[in-house]
Design a protein around this ligand. Structure first.
Ligand code: TPU
Ligand code: MG
Length: 561
């Protein structure tokens, strides 16, 4: 078989495990899309716009480990860039491929459409360099295999997005055949001497403590070390707390799971255990203003050991060039039991409150929505929670073993969840997918529900209509937090047009919500959007406390010079 630049890229994407790629057409990528279509192991999945295309790929990467989005130059690429930056912040290897102008127009007097009407169109590559771990522009078929491999290999290794720009007249040009996939996926092993030294230092650190606790962060998944974190927990026997952004990365049905640690708004007992501990082992944590609740909950000092994807540091030591999973697995074999925090957590944790029941005629409230969603969460469920009060409502759910949870807490771009849910559903067709989305967020990317309808994906969307930007209301209120109401449930009929099988249902009381959920579970031919009407200030207590502390952090006056 002879390869072209485009079919070479397709072969590499297929070799690394992709079954789909997301795309929006434009004249600079049409030939490339044709070339990708020649690969029968890859399906092309279309999106309504390039921002959504980027987020769809981001969601797919959450389900499948890696993803690709194909867009046209500039008008498409610059839209996708927000999602690509999000993938960087969230440690997800999304490969953005952009078509580009004909090589014959480079360094000439020609002005090209979709550009700034100047002769320099390097800006998209330059922007991409800042927001990816590898960015290449392909203008020669001979160099394409090398450049594509570099970008794909970097993305997989670093768990960050990469950018590949392909000139439109190069996409179908012949090039060399791809070699073995190991050139893309083989990892350098941990440095053996460093690994031994770091495990010894960490074992000594833990040996000298009485009551350590583990704190799990979202980079644990990027490091591929979820299993090894359980091994270390089992070996130590201590309490394990999890940051909100990492919810689900440590099994919540594990006997040592001590809840979500989020400073003042931690799950009952979790904060007390972290405060009580004499050492905190932070594994893949990201401590930002939101996750530390306005800098009020920052684990630091000599009693903190921080283990990152490729680096471990503790008082007096800083080790690099090791894999987190090797470190955790090796440490698990070296430590002695330190069970005090798990024992104490069992003493202090609050008794679960008796379950309330739906009162069919009762006006719908936030707490009841969460209660009914909880009953839907099974081992094969993934819950996707949008920025807004949905963060706090989602984090409060209990995940049975096997259930997954997705949030975009570092980047926090509203609108992320609609296309990310679409992409996730394409990548994980056998999971039950539940999205919790606020009305304000939904307005950014609503049209991607049409692609769920097109592909008959039985996603369940809980659209929380509280008539505005409630999360912002709790941080700082003003007229800018009020939004135009939509008929969200009615939108689905418009998206269905003549052939769709999506369902849209508006509910205002407990009984209607329960009935709507039954309809959703029976609808296998498309998404069901349940528009839940609640009051503007009917929000979680956690949002109110968190919002107050974040507002204080935002309002700090400039330091005097
Ligand atoms: O449930 P609720 O009302 O808190 O959520 P909803 O209705 O989705 O409102 C979200 C409000 C919000 C904004 C406007 N959350 N964060 N922001 C700021 C923001 C603006 N633009 C982007 C792209 N991302 C943001 N996070
Ligand atoms: Mg809202």
């Amino acid at each position: 078989m002879t390869y072209t630049v485009g079919s070479y890229l397709a072969a590499r994407l297929s070799q690394i495990g992709l079954k789909h790629h997301f795309a929006v057409a434009g004249d600079f990528n049409l030939v490339l899309l044709d070339q990708l279509l020649t690969n029968k192991n890859l399906e092309q999945v279309y999106c309504c716009n390039e921002l959504n295309c980027g987020y769809s790929a981001e969601g797919y990467a959450r389900a499948c480990g890696v993803a690709a989005a194909i867009v046209t130059f500039s008008v498409g690429g610059l839209s996708a860039i927000n999602a690509i930056a999000g993938a960087y912040a969230e440690n997800l290897p999304v490969i953005l491929v952009s078509g580009a102008p004909n090589t014959n127009d480079r360094a000439t007097e020609h002005l090209i459409h979709h550009t700034l009407a100047t002769h320099d169109w390097s800006y998209q590559l330059e922007i991409a360099k800042k927001l990816t771990c590898a960015a290449v522009a392909i203008t020669s078929a001979a160099d394409a295999p090398h450049q594509i491999d570099y970008a794909v290999r970097s993305a997989l290794r670093e768990k960050k997005p990469a950018y590949i720009e392909i000139a439109c007249n190069i996409a179908a040009a012949p090039c060399a055949a791809p070699g073995p996939v190991s050139a893309l996926i083989a990892e350098e092993p941990s440095d053996a001497a460093t690994l031994e030294a770091v495990i010894a230092a960490a074992a000594k650190f833990l040996h000298d403590t009485q009551k350590p606790v583990l704190l799990i962060g979202s980079k644990l998944r990027a490091a591929g070390a979820e299993k090894q974190a359980v091994e270390l927990a089992d070996a130590l026997g201590c309490a394990v707390t999890v940051m909100a952004a990492a919810k689900g990365f440590f099994p919540e049905d594990h006997p040592q799971f001590a809840g979500i640690y989020w400073g003042e708004i931690s799950a009952p007992g979790a904060r007390e255990i972290v405060d009580w501990a004499d050492a905190v082992v932070c594994i893949g944590t990201i401590c930002n203003d939101y996750s530390t609740v306005g800098w009020t909950a920052m684990p630091n000092g000599g009693d903190v050991l921080t283990a990152d994807q490729n680096r471990v540091y503790l008082d007096g030591y800083d080790f690099g060039r090791i894999h987190l999973r090797d470190f955790l697995a090796g440490l698990a074999r070296k430590v002695e039991k330190r069970e005090a925090t798990a024992v104490e957590f069992r003493r202090i944790r609050a008794e679960p409150r008796p379950e309330s029941r739906a009162r069919p005629e009762a006006k719908l409230m936030r707490a009841e929505i969460v209660r009914q969603i909880q009953s839907l969460v099974t081992a094969d469920t993934t819950v996707i929670a949008e920025t807004g009060d949905s963060w706090f409502n989602g984090v409060a759910l209990k995940l049975p073993g096997g259930a997954r949870f997705e949030v975009e807490m570092q980047w926090g771009s509203i609108g992320w969840s609609v296309p990310a849910t679409f992409g996730y559903a394409v990548g994980a067709p056998n999971r039950r997918i539940i999205a919790m989305i606020g009305d304000g967020s939904f307005q950014l990317t609503a049209q991607e529900v049409a692609q769920m309808i097109r592909r008959k994906l039985p996603v369940i969307i809980f659209l929380i209509n509280n008539h505005g930007y409630t999360i912002e209301v709790e941080i700082h209120d003003g007229p800018y937090n009020n939004i135009k109401n939509w008929d969200y449930a009615g939108l689905i009929q418009a998206f269905n047009a003549e052939d769709g099988r999506g369902r849209g249902i508006r509910v205002t009381n407990d009984g209607e919500l329960a009935e709507a959920i039954k309809v959703a579970l029976a609808n296998h031919d498309g998404p069901t959007l349940i528009e839940c009407i609640i009051d503007r200030d009917d929000c979680s207590a956690d949002l109110i406390s968190w919002g107050r502390l974040v507002a204080i952090a935002n309002a700090r006056p400039p330091r005097p010079l």
